[in-house]
Design a protein around this ligand. Structure first.
Ligand SMILES: Cc1cc2nc3c(=O)[nH]c(=O)nc-3n(C[C@H](O)[C@H](O)[C@H](O)COP(=O)(O)O)c2cc1C
Length: 189
């Protein structure tokens, strides 16, 4: 079951934007993160939730999508995420955040996937601008943005080809392909 969920949990970048996600659902996803592991159990992460169009558009303006799809500027209106969770690191609790935000992000996305939603972790963020437009607390550092919505695109995993190219690509039908290295390649001892 867990593995099925992990396989289903692909990065998705086009959504049915008019599908509404409410704040209680987002709180429940963050609860999955809250219950996850944290280095030294410091729990330095804080969260900003967004599921209204005004706040969503402020966030959307400050993130970048799919660097390998050079000709694609990101999801058009109507296909943008219905919600976001911004993961912040609170420097008053710890100066560094280790891999806590990666673990939290995966927990959030697995929670969303289980509910038939999908999403994408986003690290390409105009951090200063986002901090300013959302008036985020100064002691908090933006670590990751998670876009969430009802998936409108098909994403498939495939083995990395003979040339070793790991870049994801989109075919003429709009299907998004994600090459994954084999188990034998990554287990080296
Ligand atoms: C830490 C991290 C940062 C990422 N940042 C971005 C990003 O800024 N924009 C984006 O479109 N995708 C981003 N992604 C999604 C990756 O491109 C995606 O995980 C990768 O292509 C593999 O696809 P998969 O998640 O379906 O396995 C990020 C993923 C991770 C783990």
């Amino acid at each position: 079951m867990v593995k099925e969920l992990i396989v289903k949990n692909r990065s998705c970048r086009r959504f049915y934007e008019n599908y509404l996600i409410d704040i209680e659902m987002l709180r429940d996803f963050v609860d999955c993160a809250r219950l996850s592991a944290s280095g030294a159990n410091l729990q330095p992460l804080k969260y900003i939730l967004s599921c209204d169009s005004q706040k969503n558009s402020l966030i959307f303006s400050n993130i970048a999508w799919a660097g390998y799809l050079k000709k694609w500027p990101g999801p058009e209106e109507g296909e943008r995420p219905s919600a976001y969770v911004i993961i912040l690191g609170d420097r008053t609790i710890s100066p560094t955040f280790g891999c806590d935000h990666g673990i939290a992000a995966q927990s959030i996305l697995l929670g969303a996937t289980e509910q038939g939603l999908g999403g994408c972790m986003i690290n390409s963020v105009k951090r200063e601008e986002m901090q300013r437009v959302l008036t985020l607390p100064k002691q908090c550092e933006i670590l990751l943005v998670i876009a969430i919505g009802k998936p409108k695109e098909k994403v498939v995993i495939e083995p990395v080809g003979a040339k070793g190219d790991i870049q994801y690509w989109r075919d003429s039908e709009g299907v998004h392909h994600v090459p994954k290295r084999s188990l034998d390649e990554i287990i080296i001892g």
